[in-house]
Design a protein around this ligand. Structure first.
Ligand SMILES: C[S@@+](CC[C@H](N)C(=O)[O-])C[C@H]1O[C@@H](n2cnc3c(N)ncnc32)[C@H](O)[C@@H]1O
Length: 242
């Protein structure tokens, strides 16, 4: 499944950063904390954070719920807009790559805040408007990805909106960007997967546009001039009275 592969890649890129943020800024030495993963997908982030917390997940998609259960992860089929838990049920309530897909992200955040005792986190949301594709021959890629995401119903600029969303929900928040490493060997190894993701997202591009971009991408990769950066923002929210 293409989505599954992409989510696995994302979780591997961000794994160390997620663990550092949660250990250094959230848990701060406390153990035995409980966490809820909202929009958990096939559970890759739950598998990572399950080493730190007792994590439960929810997702609206039956296939995702089934994939989590196959890995023995604790999961329920439920919507972010209506979480089947009482107020203050979890120490930490988090999501990743969810808000950009929601029509009403602030409604979901309010619901996440309701079931959290203290911490409400968005571990990762991309912002395609701040994407860099170098060299110049690849400049058309970013706008095509923005257009494609919009067509699929997502908000390509969610990263920059996290602060306002959290503050409007009455949360104190720290917003930041995950660090990135540009490893040309890894880009080479992941070339086919990356290009598959690009093709599945830039769906408004013509065949000719895609062919030219792919050629430019391949040339830049072999000339070692390829540089690609897509910032992934995070928001660490906290209830004011917690
Ligand atoms: C891009 S995936 C991210 C999965 C996972 N959080 C990750 O980072 O790997 C978005 C997930 O949100 C789920 N989703 C979409 N709308 C939802 C909603 N209203 N409530 C709960 N989950 C939802 C989708 O089914 C999908 O599994």
């Amino acid at each position: 499944m293409a989505l599954d592969k992409q989510l696995r890649r994302q979780s591997l890129w961000l794994r160390d950063s997620y663990i550092w943020l949660l250990s250094a800024k959230v848990a701060q030495g406390r153990s035995g904390m409980s966490a809820l993963d909202v929009g958990c997908g096939p559970g890759f982030v739950m598998e990572i954070l399950g080493k730190l917390f007792a994590v439960t997940g929810v997702d609206t998609d039956e296939d995702m719920v089934r994939a989590c259960r196959a890995k023995d992860l604790s999961v329920q089929k439920a919507s972010a807009y209506r979480l089947p838990y009482r107020d203050c049920s979890f120490d930490i309530v988090y999501c990743s790559f969810l808000l950009l897909w929601l029509k009403e992200p602030s409604k979901a955040l309010e619901e996440m805040s309701r079931v959290s005792k203290a911490h409400v986190l968005c571990l990762g949301e991309p912002d395609l408007g701040a994407r860099i594709d170098h060299p110049e021959s690849l400049a058309g890629l970013g706008p095509l990805l923005v257009e494609g995401m919009r067509k699929q119903g997502a908000d390509p600029f969610m990263g920059r909106k996290l602060r306002q969303l959290f503050e409007r929900c009455g949360l104190m928040v720290e917003v930041g960007v995950h660090p990135g490493v540009w490893d040309i060997t890894k880009l080479r190894q992941e070339y086919e997967d990356e290009w598959r993701y690009i093709e599945s997202t830039a769906t408004t591009a013509s065949d000719d546009q895609m062919r030219r971009l792919r050629e430019a991408w391949r040339e830049a990769l072999s000339a070692r001039t390829l540089f690609q950066y897509n910032p992934i923002f995070y928001a660490l929210g906290r209830k004011r009275w917690a």
